[in-house]
Design a protein around this ligand. Structure first.
Ligand code: BEZ
Length: 219
């Protein structure tokens, strides 16, 4: 697959945003950052997404996660659009920066181009891409949605919690996991190590193979 993907270092681009110039690595700092793109300003699905992301921002901030939006229109258009966004989603305040990319240079470098969408002048448009970047400036998770499908912000918060648990505890989160549910112990951890690492204990599921690889614990 061409372009930026998980495990890659996010390019340290300088961006024009609604909060002034931002260098991506400085902005990520020592925490996590969600960089998410939208096809265009003043479009229906994007307007709903930006407002809901603003409502989730305090929960993300508690987890050390900053937000950085991107839409290809210019900064003055973004500032006008934010008024609509905040009016549509009561209680939302768009305090995070939204980057501009009128020349479509940023979206190419961040693997955020939607090959099936273009504006009235034939210019490429961004997809609904979302990269979660870690403190090491590497992409930990990416989502890639078409313009027609708005993202689910509960899912964005859920994957952040999963990534942070995995980074802290050598665990992984199983199917349909929700915060508070048991997690599974990574296959690279032996049972002896698991006893040291998880003094609260763990349960090994008995499966026909008897390989003992499906071990649940709480962290
Ligand atoms: C939207 O945000 O609703 C949208 C934007 C571009 C193309 C299609 C839908």
């Amino acid at each position: 697959m061409p372009g930026l993907t998980i495990g890659d270092t996010i390019p340290d681009l300088e961006l024009e945003t609604t909060k002034g110039k931002i260098r991506i690595h400085d902005y990520v700092g020592d925490g996590y950052c969600i960089i998410f793109s939208h096809p265009a300003d003043f479009t229906p699905v994007c307007t709903t997404e930006l407002g809901m992301m603003a409502k989730y921002a305090p929960e993300l901030e508690k987890r050390g996660v900053k937000l950085l939006g991107l839409s290809c229109d210019d900064v003055s258009s973004h500032k006008e659009w934010i008024k609509d966004v905040e009016a549509y989603t009561p209680g939302s305040l768009v305090t995070y920066p939204i980057a501009a990319d009128p020349k479509r240079e940023v979206i190419k470098q961040l693997n955020m181009v939607d090959p099936d969408e273009e504006d009235a002048s034939g210019n490429q448009l961004p997809s609904r891409a979302l990269h979660v970047v870690g403190p090491d400036k590497k992409v930990k998770l990416s989502m890639l949605y078409p313009a027609s499908t708005g993202r689910n912000m509960d899912e964005v918060l859920r994957v952040v919690e999963s990534l942070q648990k995995a980074a802290r505890h050598k665990v992984a989160t199983p199917v349909n996991w929700k915060p508070g549910d048991p997690v599974v112990i990574s296959p690279s951890v032996s049972n002896e190590e698991a006893k040291q690492m998880f003094p609260q204990g763990f349960d090994t599921t008995d499966l026909p193979s008897k390989k003992g690889y499906l071990r649940f614990t709480k962290v």
